[in-house]
Write a new protein. Structure first.
Length: 190
């Protein structure tokens, strides 16, 4: 894909939005009142608004490798605080996906100087998976990761202070089918 395609695509987007609602961009510029705070992987195949079909302004989104929640991540802490305290979102969504490179790298022990600091969080999550039966599949680890991040959000100091009562929902996007699976955090029968 060439850089020019970005401009062409943007112009088509602008034209479409103005045709649907001539005041769309004016309204967009007046502020945001998103219903959802979404923590998603930064994988280029997992854009939350695109996957869910939600319009601009409905999803306040934070992205990182393997959609991790850690207390040490100042960027996530600030995003969560802003979503809960300033924007007053109604829901928090943890959006994982299949074929996640971060999960694969952490579970296979890949070493990379630039990633090791971050992947230690992913590895810690995967190490908590109950391996009593047999080696887990990548799909089981990806689902476990979503469940664990739900727990991590609920235990996060910002959520404890500002978000009590805001539902935390887990979703797993299946890249090979487009299916969006709802993850029950209490169902640990993997």
């Amino acid at each position: 894909m060439e850089i020019r395609s970005l401009e062409v695509s943007h112009n088509q987007f602008m034209k479409k939005m103005k045709a649907e609602d001539p005041d769309f961009f004016k309204k967009l510029g007046e502020g945001q009142q998103p219903s959802f705070f979404v923590l998603s992987c930064c994988d280029s195949r997992t854009c939350p608004s695109t996957i869910t079909g939600m319009p601009l302004g409905e999803m306040f989104t934070h992205r990182n490798i393997a959609n991790q929640v850690t207390e040490e991540d100042d960027s996530f802490r600030a995003s969560l605080h802003y979503a809960l305290d300033v924007l007053g979102v109604n829901y928090i969504i943890i959006l994982g996906h299949t074929n996640c490179g971060g999960i694969l790298a952490a579970s296979s022990g890949v070493q990379h100087e630039s990633l090791d600091g971050w992947l230690k969080h992913v590895k810690a999550t995967l190490d908590e998976y109950d391996k009593s039966n047999e080696a887990p599949t990548p799909a089981e680890l990806e689902e476990h990761n979503v469940r664990q991040q739900i727990i991590n959000v609920k235990n996060h100091p910002v959520y404890q202070r500002k978000g009590e009562g805001v539902p935390v929902i887990g979703l797993l996007f299946h890249l090979d089918s487009g299916e969006l699976e709802w993850i029950d955090p209490d169902d640990n029968n993997l």
